[in-house]
Every structure is written in structure tokens, then in C-alpha cells.
Design a protein around this ligand. Structure first.
Ligand code: AMP
Ligand code: GLY
Length: 423
């Protein structure tokens, strides 16, 4: 088989790494890829949102399966374009990707199908949004409806913060079209977890549990990021809670999308808030989480390729995935300054030494090759991911790798996985 992976971050490096182990696969391409991915796949100079160029490439190379990593091409309809050309592509089509692309769409879906989530209202009128905030009081959460590169959610601890957020989004258009409508919802406290399930639109195949670390600094301080580290399994998701999440959230979501004439195929990412053992949905994403994909795929024993193919073809019949008993922990090494501005092009040392460590992978996210060196080229630069018999061992393994790698102004959290240890 020939497989094309679309994207060029840590998630796509982990996907390429996992797919490369499949005996079914002869050649892997990745568009656009990155220097880490280039060691396992042939990188193609087409960006993830150049859908027609990607489709032309897949037709010319007779690609058997295309796996789409990021949300932007999914919400633009990459899967529709590939299917119309007779090509298998893993991921939801444009209509189904609205589950991530529009907060209003996903909230209405949950309301219609009785899926537990925060109370909310949607607004296109600024004055009505402000009146609602005053009526509800703080804390309260303001969300731009559309995709805003992970920045469209404001958790406001005061009414003033919430009104400022609504002003920024609806009057000053800081997120452009994505802010034409806003969702204002109840603040939920509790512990967050990430839950993933493969689906072909009817059948589901849940993955192991995982947890992300969204804030940039230790002890969950500082601004939200795309994710500073992750681990799997997440002890907060007990076997009982796992079943409850499947029955009360994942199945009603997949069945609800199908009943609404909008079947969802691909991987469904449910962001959860868990309080007193009760899960509620924070958000859906239409793709693998990043960095969660990195520890999850390191723990996955089963071949991933038949699962991806079955989802793309609407014929998922497999009902279990085999997982390594070991725990996996991913520590993200980021550019100093992220999630605000940072310097690029700084040479990274220690990658070869880290590559020699057993049961450790250094997944590349924002890297580039420059004058024979690997340099930082994005906010999140590397995902250093280790396996261990216990979570503690996996943490130690990941930080052993981190300690060998360096560049100017590098920033990483020192407490990834600590929450799992404290349970
Ligand atoms: P999202 O982009 O929807 O994942 O939101 C980003 C982050 O904002 C989430 O991971 C939560 O930490 C936080 N968040 C979103 N919605 C809520 C809510 N209703 N209550 C509390 N925190 C929230
Ligand atoms: N790690 C959070 C995300 O992928 O959206």
C-alpha cells in the first residue's frame, strides 16, 4: 500500500512512525512533513490546506489511503474532494467536521441528543451577548464560533473579562469571520481528560485514555496552549468511567450525527470535564489530539492501518485495539515565548544522543532543516515521548531525553504527568 499523511506536526510524525510499522505499507508520503518525518517518509512540498494539489498528487501516485492530521483541511472539505476523485481518505467530511469547526453546531448537536455539556446560548448580536453575561454572572466562558487556532476560548473569571472578550470578538473582530457568532456557556470545574474513538459513522472503536496539559507553565499556570505534554493512560478515567463515556457521550454523538444526516467518520476527539465521576463535554475535535497522539500511538500494539482504512471505507468491524501495558509520557519542548511571539531558526543540539535511548521517541513538531542543522521553526518544537513500566518510569524516561536536548531559550514544563502520580 501507498499511504499519504497530511500535516507536518508532532501528531503527524507519530502517525507516520506508527503507520511505517505496518506490514501492509510499502511507501509513505507526508505533505508537507518535517525533518523528523523525513527520516521515515518521503516529504512532499504541498501544504496541508492545498487540497486540489494534494488530490492531484494522490491520483498521480495512486495513493491507497490518505490520513488527514489537522482540522483546517477537514473543515475545508479535503475528504469530500478525495472521495469525489475515488480516493480513500481518513477523516470526517466537511459537513461532519463542523463538530469542531463550529461551536454552535456542536452545542446544538449535544442539546438535540441529550449529551451532557455546559449550559449555553449562541449570539450574533453584541448587546444581547452582553445582557446574557450580566444576567448569568461570572465565572463564564466565551467562545468564538469558528476555528481560531486554539485561541477562541476565553475562560472569564469576572463579568468585565467576559464583556471585554465579547467586545474583542464581536466588535473588533479579532478572530475575523470565526467570531461572527459567539457561544457563551457555563463555567465547568473539574479535571479534564481527552477521549478518542475511531468510527466509520456507525461503529465505534474507543482508544485508551489520555490527558493533556494545556497551560504553558508548571502547576497549570499561564495562558492556554495547544498542549505542553500528555500521558496515557489517564488514571482519572477508570474502567467504569470509560464505559460511561462511551455510552453517554461517544455513542449518542456518532448516532446523533448519523440521525441528523451528517454521519461522522474518522477519529472523534472528545474533550471532557470530569467532576465527582461525571463526565461532560468541553468540546469536540475532528482529529487526533496533539500531543495526545504521541503517547497514545507509542502505546498502541495493534496495526493502525486496517483501522484507518476501515473507517475511511465505512466498514469498521474490529472491536478492540491491543495496548502496551506500559505507560507513555510526552513532554513538549517549546520555543521560549510561546504561545506569544518567539525567535525561529535556533539550532537544536542533542537530537542524536536522545535517539540512542531505548523506548524513547523524539517526535518533531515545529522544526526545519537549515544549513545542515535542525532548527526551531514553530511554537511547539519537539514531543519527547517515553515508555515506562509505571507512569513514574515513563516520566523519567521522557525527561532523560529532554535533558540531552537544548537550544537557546527552550521552554518546557517540569511537571508533566505529576497529576497521574498524585492519584
Ligand atoms: P476548547 O478550545 O474548547 O478546548 O477550550 C480550551 C480550554 O478552555 C479547555 O481545554 C478548557 O480548559 C477551557 N474551557 C472551555 N470551555 C470551558 C467551560 N465551559 N468551563 C471551563 N473551562 C472551559
Ligand atoms: N491537545 C489539544 C488539541 O489537540 O487540541
Amino acid at each position: 500500500m501507498k499511504v499519504l499523511v497530511v500535516g507536518g506536526g508532532g501528531r503527524e510524525h507519530a502517525l507516520v512512525w506508527k503507520i511505517s510499522q505496518s506490514p501492509l505499507v510499502e511507501t509513505i508520503y507526508c505533505a508537507p512533513g518535517n525533518p523528523g518525518i523525513a527520516e521515515l517518509a518521503e516529504c512532499v512540498h504541498i501544504n496541508a490546506d492545498e487540497i486540489d494539489a494534494l488530490c492531484d498528487f494522490a491520483q498521480a501516485e495512486q495513493i491507497d489511503l490518505t490520513v488527514v492530521g489537522p482540522e483546517v483541511p477537514l473543515t475545508m472539505g479535503i475528504v469530500d474532494t478525495f472521495q469525489a476523485a475515488g480516493l480513500d481518505a481518513f477523516g470526517p467530511n466537511r459537513a461532519a467536521a463542523q463538530i469542531e469547526g463550529s461551536k454552535g453546531f456542536s452545542k446544538d448537536l449535544m442539546a438535540r441528543h441529550g449529551i451532557p455539556t455546559a449550559d449555553y446560548q449562541s449570539f450574533t448580536d453584541h448587546a444581547q451577548a452582553v445582557a446574557y453575561i450580566k444576567q448569568q454572572g461570572a465565572p463564564i466562558v466565551v467562545k468564538a464560533d469558528g476555528l481560531a487556532a486554539g485561541k477562541g476560548v476565553i475562560v472569564a473569571m469576572t463579568e468585565e473579562q467576559a464583556i471585554t472578550a465579547v467586545d474583542d470578538i464581536m466588535l473588533d473582530n479579532v478572530f475575523g469571520e470565526a467570531g461572527a457568532s459567539v457561544v457563551i456557556e457555563e463555567f465547568m470545574d473539574g479535571e479534564e481528560a481527552s477521549f478518542f474513538a475511531f468510527t466509520d459513522g456507525k461503529n465505534i472503536l474507543p482508544l485508551a485514555s489520555s490527558q493533556d496539559h494545556k497551560r504553558v507553565n508548571d502547576n497549570d499556570e499561564g495562558p492556554n496552549t495547544g498542549g505542553m505534554g500528555a500521558y496515557s493512560p489517564a488514571p482519572v478515567v477508570t474502567a467504569e468511567l470509560h464505559d460511561q463515556i462511551v455510552e453517554t457521550i461517544v455513542k449518542p454523538t456518532v448516532d446523533g450525527m448519523a440521525a441528523d444526516g451528517c454521519p461522522y467518520a474518522g477519529i472523534l476527539y472528545v474533550g471532557l470535564m470530569i467532576k465527582n465521576g461525571q463526565p461532560r463535554v468541553v468540546e469536540y475535535n475532528a482529529r487526533f489530539g496533539d500531543p495526545e497522539a504521541q503517547p497514545l500511538l507509542m502505546r498502541m500494539k495493534s496495526d493502525i492501518v486496517p483501522v484507518l482504512q476501515a473507517c475511511a471505507r465505512g466498514e469498521l468491524s474490529q472491536d478492540t485495539i491491543d495496548w502496551h501495558e506500559k505507560a507513555a509520557v510526552c513532554v513538549v519542548m517549546a520555543s521560549g515565548g510561546y504561545p506569544a511571539s518567539f525567535e525561529k531558526g535556533l539550532p537544536i543540539s542533542g537530537l542524536e544522543q536522545a535517539a540512542d535511548i531505548d523506548e524513547l521517541m523524539v517526535f518533531h513538531a515545529g522544526t526545519a532543516a537549515q544549513d545542515g542543522a535542525v532548527v526551531n521553526n514553530g511554537g511547539r518544537v519537539l514531543g519527547v515521548t517515553g515508555l515506562g513500566t509505571t507512569v513514574k518510569d515513563a516520566i523519567d524516561k521522557a525527561y532523560q531525553g529532554v535533558s540531552l536536548i537544548d537550544w537557546q531559550d527552550v521552554h518546557y514544563r517540569k511537571d508533566i504527568g505529576a497529576r497521574a502520580l498524585n492519584r
